[in-house]
Design a protein around this ligand. Structure first.
Ligand code: ADP
Ligand code: MG
Ligand code: MG
Length: 208
């Protein structure tokens, strides 16, 4: 995974997020304040604007610049959480010019851990972490088992979708939806959906 792969991933995520506007919008309107799509779209735009200036940087430096920029530009609960994901990935990849799959998986795990500690949340709280944590665990396990990139991507997409769908039956204990109590049951968490969309986009890019 080099910087070019990261920049292509950003572009692919942006296309996919825009394509899923209706679903993501509707979810945050149902159990949030309706701005999650706008926040995520803004994040994608910021990354796309930044992209040309990231060419030639190491993956760590590129991810660090992205994280810093997102921190100052996207609002909501999700902004600082996603920023901490990128900043922590950057810190983990420091010194690796072209990180291999194992290093990338370790960085992804560190990014997800950063979201957990910043949001003081864990699995089962009806947040983006219900998509991200299972995928992080899967990446580590499949890399240890020596899975092919194609198998890994197929499995990661399935895991992301399963994690996202599982939020439907959960009561939220973090984020705005927790004010709704049991009324949030039956609705998928918007952050878990946008993360699922992003993971699918990156996996499709990696295997096309
Ligand atoms: P806001 O809720 O401030 O309007 P967004 O709508 O952009 O921000 O993002 C909402 C999403 O953020 C939720 O759907 C959930 O996935 C995620 N989220 C909220 N609080 C937390 C938290 N403490 N930890 C992890 N994710 C969270
Ligand atoms: Mg919102
Ligand atoms: Mg908001």
């Amino acid at each position: 995974m080099n910087t070019q792969d990261i920049l292509q991933s950003i572009a692919a995520v942006q296309v996919s997020i825009l394509r899923h506007e209706p679903d993501i919008e509707a979810l945050d309107r149902a159990i949030g304040d309706g701005d999650h799509f706008i926040n995520v779209r803004r994040g994608c735009e910021v990354m796309a604007e930044l992209s040309p200036s990231l060419q030639g940087l190491t993956p760590a430096d590129a991810l660090n610049r992205i994280g810093m920029k997102l921190l100052s530009t996207i609002g909501g609960a999700s902004g600082p959480l996603i920023s901490s994901f990128f900043l922590s990935m950057a810190a983990t990849l420091k010194g690796a010019a072209e990180p291999d799959r194992r290093q990338f998986a370790a960085a992804f795990v560190a990014g997800v851990d950063a979201i957990k500690s910043r949001g003081k949340a864990d699995l089962g709280e009806k947040t983006m972490l219900d998509t991200l944590i299972p995928v992080a665990r899967l990446l580590v396990r499949l890399n240890e088992e020596g899975a092919s990139l194609a198998d890994l991507c197929v499995a990661a997409k399935q895991e992301a979708t399963q994690g996202m769908l599982a939020t439907r039956d959960m009561v939220a204990t973090k984020g705005r939806a927790h004010f709704l109590g049991e009324r949030a049951i039956g609705h998928i968490d918007p952050g878990s959906k946008s993360c699922e969309v992003a993971i699918h986009a990156v996996c499709d890019l990696m295997t096309h």
